[in-house]
Design a protein around this ligand. Structure first.
Ligand SMILES: [Zn+2]
Length: 183
């Protein structure tokens, strides 16, 4: 179940995966669950807080990264250790259904992280991959994609989105009644 804004977990600073958790059944099952969310939603990535778990865990879709490991796409305890150039993006987020946001991101980022067994790894993400990993790492730090806006602009954008989402939900809810009118 995806956690949606304004759930407070989306503003939490997440905790690292600990030494004794690496490689555990609990961790593997959790990663599987995140993987199925990516598959179901056709998403490029998802982070643990988006299912209500404030841990430093990201799963990336298969088109985003390829690493020489059995567990290709789990990024644990990531840290951005370098970045270069900028790129304009138009991002969506499973936690903000229907909202799109244009912003700048770094075009290249170097990320240090642990793999599923706790080994240290480093990977350079470029372009699309860089956008995805920056978006997901922001989630781990309690940041949302519109945080680049000024407080006023952000408030307006989110207010408009919530209003539109409510309108859509309302129209969905009255549809069966409309269709049910047979007179
Ligand atoms: Zn997101």
């Amino acid at each position: 179940m995806i956690v949606q804004w304004p759930n407070k977990v989306l503003r939490m600073k997440c905790e690292d995966v600990l030494e004794d958790e690496f490689g555990s059944d609990d961790l593997l099952n959790f990663l599987d669950m995140l993987g199925s969310i990516i598959a179901e939603n056709g998403a490029a990535g998802v982070s643990a807080p988006q299912v209500g778990v404030p841990k430093n865990i990201v799963i990336l879709g298969k088109n985003v990264i390829t690493l020489d490991s059995d567990h290709l796409f789990a990024i644990l305890n990531p840290r951005i250790v370098g970045s270069k150039d900028t790129i304009l993006t138009n991002e969506g987020c499973l936690s903000f259904p229907g909202l799109m946001h244009e912003r700048e991101r770094a075009k290249t980022v170097v990320v240090e992280f642990n793999d599923i067994d706790g080994a240290s790894r480093i990977h350079t993400f470029e372009g699309y991959g860089a956008i995805v990993i920056q978006h997901e790492i922001d989630h781990l730090n309690g940041k949302i994609m519109v945080d680049d806006l000024s407080p006023v602009a952000k408030k307006m954008k989110l207010k408009k989105w919530i209003k539109e989402a409510e309108k859509e939900a309302f129209q969905e809810s009255i549809k069966p009644i409309k269709e049910g009118v047979q007179l």
